[in-house]
Design a protein around this ligand. Sequence first.
Ligand code: BES
Ligand code: ZN
Ligand code: ZN
Length: 476
Amino acid sequence: MKLTLTARPLATQAREAWIVFVQNKKPLFNGHDEMAKRIGSQIKKTGYSGDYAQTLVFQTADGDVILAGLGDSKHFRMEYLERAASAAVRAGKNAGLKNFATVTDAGIGKISDAAFVHAVARGAAMGTYSFDTFKTGGKKRAGELSLTFAGPCENSAACRKALAEAELESKALLSTADLANLPGNEATPQKIFSWAQKMAKENKLAFSVLSKAELKKKGCNAILAVAAGSAQDARIITLKYKGTNPKAKPVVIIGKTITFDSGGISLKPGKGMEWMRYDKSGGMAVLAAMQMVARLKPETPVIGMLAVAENMPGGRATRPGDIVKSHAGKTIEILNTDAEGRLVLADALSLALQHKPAAIVDLATLTGAVVTALGHNAAAVVGNNHKLNATLIKTADAAGERLWELPLWPENMDDMKGTFADLQNMSKSGTAGTSNGAAFLANFVPETIPWAHLDIAGTAWEESSKPWMDPGVTLF
Ligand code: BES
Ligand code: ZN
Ligand code: ZN
């Protein structure tokens, strides 16, 4: 999508449709009183709710208008704005419209014009996406769509920077989405390896990989146990961004990358198992983030790691009760082969320590329990450092993503101690699944290193059509 900022008045912009945000049932259309009045009467006439991400497309003598609801200001969140922008573009695209314009100074509560432009631009670009790789006659790419922001914002460096960042972010997200949406037969560990290698090269990131033989040599038997039943070998992939301050310690981000999670010998029920193609979402988020980092060039070095494996049953598969020794030297009873995410992460976390990280963040579709606790509205953050958790929650909030802290208590650590080995991969109590999953991981990070685990099992993909997106990966 072509994104532009202009200080020239909106009315003079070439466009097919105006996108107008609606909050508290009122159009946010600063400086366009005549039009706002007309829109107001349209809202009354149609009974349009203005609920968040609800859209309404209608024609006026002045061109088409797409209303995009933000709901009530009392409950406003950045993701509602981003999603409303996506929904507006999708509704417009479905109505055959290609060129959109909106204002930069809608005046939503306390958010700055730059933050507004950032969220709307990224949302609009995401709204152009559809995963049609396997549809005959698909790949009608939306490259020809455009959105013009008209308003005083063009004269602000912060606004121009926000637009450039939104553009760069949506490019990274859209290119990764095409990989992340691939099913298990297509997005194999081998394919993810070659995709990541190519991306690293294009973005001048250092790239390295531990293949099966090297994992064996290093004693990474936890990740190897997960891949044992699969015809596909496990890998741990590392992408490195140097940073502009070579003296700074790196931040390491690690993604669970299970290309398909059948559960292994502890086989999952058949219903809905196809969604386990998205068990690689943590790793996909890391790939998108590393592309952004490479282009934004922050001061801090950032290292991305993907723990890649396919979890399948088979003659060589790991059995419930099997005991393996992890890279860290701790032994693990694998009581449930479906609790495989923590096994691949255990080895990746202890390998990450060699980088002497300032902090570690892992992202994983780790537990069904997080969906029970938080639904699809927020990801859980659990870790060993409240300050890091709080920073992540605040940062995510501003970026339109919800995190919610869950506890990590000594009782959770006890629950993961093994009967015949140091640890077991399933709790004894069968309760507090998300905290207990994190407690298992905590055994592989010294308390002196700030570490946070994001359980994104409820937020990584959508299973039904939403006004702002088709079913598929969210890249949360
Ligand atoms: N990938 C799943 C978690 C999951 C479930 C993600 C549903 C999204 C939706 C994970 O590997 C898993 O199966 N976890 C088990 C752990 C249990 C056996 C301790 C779970 O949550 O049931
Ligand atoms: Zn599993
Ligand atoms: Zn899994």
